[in-house]
Design a protein around this ligand. Structure first.
Ligand SMILES: *[C@@H]1O[C@H](CO)[C@@H](O)[C@H](O)[C@H]1NC(C)=O
Ligand SMILES: *[C@@H]1O[C@H](CO)[C@@H](O)[C@H](O)[C@H]1NC(C)=O
Ligand SMILES: *[C@@H]1O[C@H](CO)[C@@H](O)[C@H](O)[C@H]1NC(C)=O
Ligand SMILES: *[C@@H]1O[C@H](CO)[C@@H](O)[C@H](O)[C@H]1NC(C)=O
Ligand SMILES: *[C@@H]1O[C@H](CO)[C@@H](O)[C@H](O)[C@H]1NC(C)=O
Ligand SMILES: *[C@@H]1O[C@H](CO)[C@@H](O)[C@H](O)[C@H]1NC(C)=O
Ligand SMILES: *[C@@H]1O[C@H](CO)[C@@H](O)[C@H](O)[C@H]1NC(C)=O
Ligand SMILES: *[C@@H]1O[C@H](CO)[C@@H](O)[C@H](O)[C@H]1NC(C)=O
Length: 806
């Protein structure tokens, strides 16, 4: 393909630009000569009159000697000769680039950076270090670069391609975590990475880094961003970041990173806006114990086990210091954990240091703080406005600027963006991958695995097809309500109508039956009648638009009054008429269903299942897909919010937070989830380091089970923080798929990390003594093992030290 493009160009005698075949239409100006193109400051692309089917980038045009017509083959930039690639987004591509040492691929990255960084003077450095508009520097052939493509569960910050293809969108992270199968996350990462590469290759988007994943804990059900968090367990969140990294960063070419990801939000970020306190002003007061035990581990695991190369510092202060301006936090990342990537601020978090936190009086000092705090990229205008002055007046040491430039250009170099003439499979990724049917199938496969069956009294589910079915609830005809937040373009022309609503999904799945949909939740009488008249009832409740969100938390985790009244009426009418009913829950942040838990005969937690969610939910209800997900969060009773201060960051405060510390009775527990089949478990090996569990499908249909291993602290660990857990802390798990009668063996490895516990000083230690391990399916058939480590563990070995700075 690339050969034929080049051959075609050569035949026409013009090699003045690289073929940008897919993006011809994106040329936003048609000019026959360079000067009129240059004269128009809004024009970034020009059309070449001698070759009307191609485009050239103005950046390259500028590199030509003044007055030389860009389409002159003798003078033109013939980057296509070597590789035939579109060099959109690449440095070192123009004529004369070979004279720059930083373009020399034979040198090490450090040598190349030694040459490049001094070329960036103070007046342009601020803009170079700015997200989403790191500007071009035509004098040295550097194109602009867009730091910060959101990619929580699909690419944002892009348009659908001109061909009509839109990026693939996946279930929201809360749902992916409920699958307890990290392969779904790795597959998603791969799709996101490949699609981002395709956008670059076609010249549609000059960015290769993702501002994702979010690995902050679901600390409190009120937090507005629980929809994008993998849940309340540090191990799962770390595995999520690790799997995402493996998929998105490591592609088909071992010599180059496919993309660079960015772990959000470092750290102890957990408040949006609540009682007049916003994320821009919140000071998270967190103990050393909670940081080491709960808030740090997901970041550490993603960096050390996943090789994550980006971190985003958060808006909040941590123990009185803005996170973006805290050098000690960066030492934790770089010196303690070996992080070798770049750090960006959250949007305008450097500005918050002086404007919102009042931590500094002005932008000059905020710039110094952010740079000294290790924030390489400013997502805001602080560096643009103040960096130059801050260095010139001696407030900021230029060495800090050099470090930030090195960290960021290094990432671009690692992705090959300074090596335009090197062949790479990553550059052959065609635009056809964007939203391809193969990628859509991955999203559907993941959506099926996110379903958590919470209740199934008298085998209400699965429903038989071919009967009359009422699909009822506010969300049933609103496609957008099943997508979650951070949604990019889904359908052409910014529409949301190219995928099935729940109503359409059920109508298609209920073959031979009559399906009717009711979405007016104010019509309670009509709904009660419809529930009575139909043979089967699907009742959908949701908090798609009031489950919190970025920038606002919730005060209430129960269903609001009108949906509650509607649901109560439908459930009562169906029960009175003897109609089987399933309550389907569409939510990111939890909905506590104190009463419906008892009254609804069947309950399916579907999270935010995404563009293929309607199909996945309908297949599950009809038994074409057997639910196998487990709760990645605790469903607390709705009065939980009255029992613990939202601003209290302690995991052990009040009734306790998450399954690890909650002392109350949850509505549904972390790790819980039913199936249409039954399973049994048996421990077949139990040594200090490895436990083997045989799990058997004892029912009549195929299904998936998740074997979970929890570790409780030994008696000799100190009392106090860390001892409230009922089963202990999750240290390993595996989801297995089993045909009827089939048995598989699951191996759970318990390493020192698994046996360790964090003390009040934040140090992580191993203690000698008897450790109780619980093997669980999340039900009431737990198996307990006691592992004796009295002799092999010396008294209180510290296996990880905590760096305390306050
Ligand atoms: C400059 O380019 C923009 C974008 O292509 C175009 O809309 C505008 O008409 C051009 N202006 C002139 C004066 O050519
Ligand atoms: C890459 O190839 C193009 C075309 O031959 C050339 O103009 C450019 O200088 C080369 N870049 C480097 C770094 O050699
Ligand atoms: C800084 O660099 C830019 C771009 O290379 C250049 O245009 C500008 O003149 C330089 N400024 C100073 C003060 O040297
Ligand atoms: C929030 O601010 C408003 C206006 O200043 C004030 O009336 C209200 O009492 C405050 N609420 C809380 C919970 O502090
Ligand atoms: C910023 O604040 C510091 C401390 O008050 C002051 O010394 C400095 O002059 C200020 N800088 C600017 C540019 O106002
Ligand atoms: C909060 O919860 C109560 C029930 O506990 C409910 O009656 C009320 O409507 C809820 N408020 C909001 C704003 O959702
Ligand atoms: C685990 O192994 C110990 C001996 O090492 C044994 O006493 C115990 O019964 C085993 N537990 C299970 C559940 O197999
Ligand atoms: C885990 O997810 C992958 C990728 O979606 C899928 O192929 C596999 O079947 C899943 N495994 C189980 C046990 O569900």
């Amino acid at each position: 393909m690339k050969i034929s493009q080049f051959t075609l160009l050569a035949a026409l005698g013009t090699v003045c630009f690289r073929p940008v075949v897919a993006q011809q239409d994106a040329c936003n100006g048609v000019y026959t000569d360079q000067s009129s193109c240059d004269a128009n400051s809004t024009c970034t692309w020009c059309k070449c009159a001698a070759l009307p089917s191609g485009c050239f980038e103005k950046v390259n045009a500028k590199k030509l000697p003044a007055g030389v017509y860009i389409c002159d083959s003798s003078q033109g930039d013939d980057g296509a000769v070597t590789t035939g690639y579109n060099n959109f987004g690449y440095a070192c591509a123009g004529a004369g680039a070979d004279k720059f040492k930083f373009c020399d691929t034979k040198l090490s990255l450090d040598e190349r950076l030694d040459d490049l960084v001094p070329r960036i003077n103070n007046s342009v450095a601020g803009q170079q270090l700015t997200a989403r508009e790191s500007a071009e520097l035509p004098g040295i052939g550097l194109p602009s670069y867009y730091w910060g493509t959101n990619a929580i569960h699909g690419l944002q910050n892009v348009e659908c391609l001109k061909s009509g293809q839109c990026p693939t969108s996946f279930p929201a992270p809360c749902g992916l975590a409920a699958s307890w199968n990290l392969s779904n996350v790795e597959e998603m990462g791969r799709v996101l990475g490949v699609e981002l590469r395709a956008y670059l290759n076609t010249g549609a988007h000059n960015s290769l880094d993702t501002w994702s994943p979010t690995v902050n804990l679901n600390r409190d059900p009120r937090w507005g961003r629980n929809v994008e968090s993998p849940g309340e367990d540090p191990l799962i969140n770390g595995l999520y970041g690790t799997a995402y990294s493996k998929g998105v960063q490591y592609g088909s070419d071992d010599n180059y990173m496919q993309t660079v990801m960015t772990l959000k939000h470092w750290v102890a970020y957990s408040v949006e806006s609540y009682d007049n306190v916003t994320r821009h002003t919140f000071n998270a007061k967190v103990s050393a114990f909670d940081l080491a035990d709960s808030y740090f581990p997901a970041f550490k695991a993603s960096i050390q086990n996943g090789g994550a190369l980006g971190v985003m510092c958060s808006y909040n202060e941590l123990n009185g210091k803005p996170t973006c301006g805290n050098p000690e936090l960066t030492k934790t990342l770089r010196e303690d954990w070996g992080f070798e990537g770049y750090i960006t601020s959250d949007s305008d978090a450097c500005g918050d240091i002086y404007r919102s936190h009042g931590y500094e009086p002005n932008g000059t000092l905020a710039t110094r703080d952010c740079l000294a705090g290790g924030t390489d990229i400013d997502s805001g205008k602080t560096y643009v406005d103040y960096l130059s002055a801050s260095v010139e007046d001696g407030t900021t040491d230029r060495k800090l600027v050099d470090a930030a430039l090195r960290n960021t250009y290094r990432m671009r170099m690692k992705m090959g963006l300074f090596d335009p003439n090197v062949t790479s499979s990553l550059r052959e990724i065609p635009e056809s991958v964007v939203g391809s049917s193969e990628n859509q199938v991955k999203s559907l496969v993941a959506a099926r695995q996110t379903m958590v069956l919470l209740k199934n009294e008298k085998n209400t589910l699965p429903f038989a097809k071919g009967k009359s079915l009422a699909v009822m609830g506010r969300a049933v005809s609103d496609g957008k309500s099943i997508l979650g937040n951070y949604v990019g373009p889904i359908c052409k022309d910014k529409r949301f109508d190219c995928f099935d609503t729940l109503c359409e999904g059920f109508t298609k799945a209920n073959s031979g039956g009559k399906t009717a949909c009711y979405d007016d939740v104010n019509d309670i009488d009509g709904a009660a009648k419809a529930a009575k008249d139909a043979e089967t009832v699907v009742l959908v409740i949701d908090n798609a638009y009031n489950g919190g969100g970025e920038g606002h938390d919730r005060y209430n985790i129960s269903l609001e009054d009108h949906q509650q009244a509607y649901a109560n009426a439908v459930v009562a009418a169906a029960a009175a008429a003897g109609r089987p009913l399933v309550l389907v829950m569409i939510n990111g942040g939890a909905i506590s269903i104190d009463t419906l838990k008892g009254t609804a005969p069947a309950i399916l937690e579907a999270w935010m299942p995404g563009v293929h969610g309607a199909q996945a939910v309908a297949e599950t209800v009809f038994g074409d897909s057997n639910p196998g997900g487990k709760m990645p969060v605790t469903m607390y009773p709705s009065n939980y919010v009255d029992q613990v201060d939202f601003f209290d960051m302690s995991m052990t405060a009040g009734p306790g937070r998450s399954y690890r510390y909650y002392k109350g009775e949850p509505l549904f527990s972390f790790g819980f989830g039913l199936s249409y089949t039954t399973f049994s478990m048996k421990v077949t090996k139990n040594t200090t380091s490895e436990i083997e569990v045989e799990v058997t499908n004892t029912g009549k249909v195929a299904g998936s089970e998740v074997v979970q291993g929890y570790m409780a602290p030994p008696a000799r660990a100190p009392a106090g923080p860390g001892t409230a857990a009922v089963r202990g802390k999750l240290f390993g798990f595996e989801r297995v798929e089993l045909g009827p009668g089939e048995t598989k063996t699951v191996k759970l490895k318990a390493d020192d990390q698994a046996f360790s516990h964090v003390g009040a000083d934040g140090h992580r230690r191993l203690y000698p003594g008897e450790h109780t391990i619980t093997i669980s399916r999340g039900h009431n058939d737990d198996i307990q093992l006691v592992v004796d480590r009295t002799t092999d563990v010396p008294e209180k070995v510290v296996i990880e030290r905590f760096r305390k700075w306050w």
